[in-house]
Design a protein around this ligand. Structure first.
Ligand SMILES: NC(=O)c1ccc[n+]([C@@H]2O[C@H](COP(=O)([O-])OP(=O)(O)OC[C@H]3O[C@@H](n4cnc5c(N)ncnc54)[C@H](O)[C@@H]3O)[C@@H](O)[C@H]2O)c1
Length: 314
C-alpha cells in the first residue's frame, strides 16, 4: 500500500486526486494547497509526514524544481507534472536531484505516453512496421477559457505534450527547431496558434500545430483533442482523438484501434505505472531525463517564436 500526498489542488491536482482514489493498492493521505482547504498546513508538513511515500506535484510549473528537491531530500518518490519546469536550468536541477536519489522513483506527468493509442504507435515504430519514419504531423487544441494567458502557454503548456511524443517516437533530438505563432484574440497579447517544425539529422521532419480555442462548451477532459500522423517508408499510423478511432495502415492491412481520450484513460494509467515502479521497481515510462530533452526542444521553440529565427540544437 503506497501512501501519496498531493501538492497543488487546482485543475489537474483535483483530477489526480479523483483518479488516485479509484486505484487499488494506494491511498491519498491528503492535499496541500494554500488556496484551498487542505489536510496539511504547508508543503513542509507533507515532506515531514513519515507516512507519505510519494508526493504528486501539481503546482504551477515554476514551483516544480524546489518542490521536487524538497520531496527527494525528504525521501519521497515523486510524480511531477509536465512541463518539468519553466526554465532549462530548473529542469536540469530536477534531473540532478533525481540522479542523486537513484532508489527513488521520479516520473514526469507526460500522460500521453500512457495513452494506448500512442503506445501502439510507439510499438509499431519500434517493431519497424512503418519502415523509415520520415514525417510526423501532430496537432492539439486546448480550451482558452481554462487557461491563464501567459506568453509561454501554447508551447510549454500544450505543444509540450506533442513535442514529448515526437521525441519518444523518434528516440532522438532534432537538430533544428523553427516555431511560428499568431495572436488570434485581442484580449491577450500571446500567440494563440503555434506551429513548430523539428528537423532531424537524417532530414526527417516533425510538424506540430497547437491552437487555443474559445469555446466554453469545451469539456476539460478533452483539453487535448489531438491528432497524429506518422508517415514511414513502409506504412503509416494515424491517430485522431477527436471523434474517430485510431488506425494503423501497413503492408499487413488496415487496423482500427480503440481511442482513449485524455482524461478517461491515460491520466489514471500513468499512476498505475508510477505505483508499479515504486512497488516492483519497473522502469519509469516518463523519466525526468526524457522530460529534460523535451524541455530543451520546447525552450528552443519558444526562442524561435520570439526571434523569428530557426534555432540550432546540434
Ligand atoms: N498533464 C496534463 O495534461 C496537465 C493538465 C493541466 C495542467 N498540467 C500541469 O499541472 C501544473 C498545474 O496546472 P493547473 O492547471 O492544475 O494549475 P492551477 O493553477 O489550476 O492549480 C495549481 C494549484 O497549485 C497551488 N499552489 C501554488 N503553489 C503551491 C505550493 N507551493 N504548494 C502547494 N500548492 C501550491 C495553487 O494555489 C493552485 O491551486 C502545471 O505544471 C501544468 O502544466 C498538466
Amino acid at each position: 500500500m503506497t501512501t501519496l500526498a498531493i501538492l497543488g489542488y487546482g485543475n489537474i491536482g483535483r483530477v489526480h486526486g479523483e483518479n488516485l482514489r479509484l486505484l487499488r493498492g494506494c491511498r491519498v493521505s491528503g492535499v496541500y494547497d494554500p488556496a484551498h482547504p487542505s489536510d496539511y498546513v504547508s508543503a513542509e508538513a507533507v515532506m515531514n509526514d513519515s507516512a507519505v511515500d510519494a508526493v504528486v506535484i501539481a503546482t504551477p510549473t515554476d514551483s516544480h524544481a524546489l518542490l521536487v528537491e524538497q520531496a527527494l531530500a525528504a525521501g519521497k518518490h515523486v510524480f511531477v507534472e509536465k512541463p518539468l519546469a519553466g526554465t532549462l536550468a530548473d529542469a536540469e536541477r530536477i534531473v540532478a536531484a533525481a540522479r542523486a536519489c537513484p532508489d527513488r522513483v521520479v516520473q514526469a506527468g507526460f500522460c500521453e505516453r500512457f495513452n494506448v493509442n500512442y503506445m501502439e504507435a510507439r510499438r509499431a515504430v519500434r517493431e519497424g512496421k512503418l519502415g523509415d519514419l520520415r514525417a510526423i504531423h501532430t496537432s492539439r487544441v486546448a480550451p482558452y477559457w481554462a487557461s491563464n494567458p501567459q506568453w509561454e502557454l501554447g508551447v510549454l503548456d500544450t505543444a509540450v505534450h506533442n513535442l514529448d511524443l515526437i521525441l519518444w517516437l523518434k528516440q532522438q533530438c532534432p537538430v533544428k527547431v523553427l516555431a511560428r505563432g499568431v495572436q488570434v484574440y485581442s484580449d491577450s497579447a500571446i500567440p494563440h496558434s503555434v506551429t513548430t517544425t523539428l528537423t532531424f539529422a537524417d532530414g526527417s521532419l516533425a510538424v506540430d500545430h497547437i491552437a487555443w480555442l474559445k469555446d466554453e462548451g469545451f469539456p476539460l477532459n478533452q483539453c487535448a483533442r489531438s491528432r497524429m500522423l506518422l508517415q514511414g517508408s513502409e506504412g503509416y499510423f494515424e491517430i485522431d482523438l477527436t471523434d474517430r478511432p485510431a488506425a494503423l495502415r501497413t503492408e499487413e492491412g488496415y487496423r482500427k484501434i480503440d481511442s482513449v481520450i485524455l482524461g478517461e484513460g491515460c491520466l489514471k494509467r500513468q499512476f498505475e505505472y508510477f505505483l508499479r515502479s515504486i512497488e516492483e521497481g519497473t522502469p519509469v515510462l516518463a523519466p525526468p531525463e526524457d522530460a529534460l530533452l523535451t524541455e530543451r526542444v520546447a525552450i528552443a521553440a519558444l526562442e524561435s517564436l520570439r526571434s523569428g529565427q530557426e534555432v540550432s540544437l546540434a
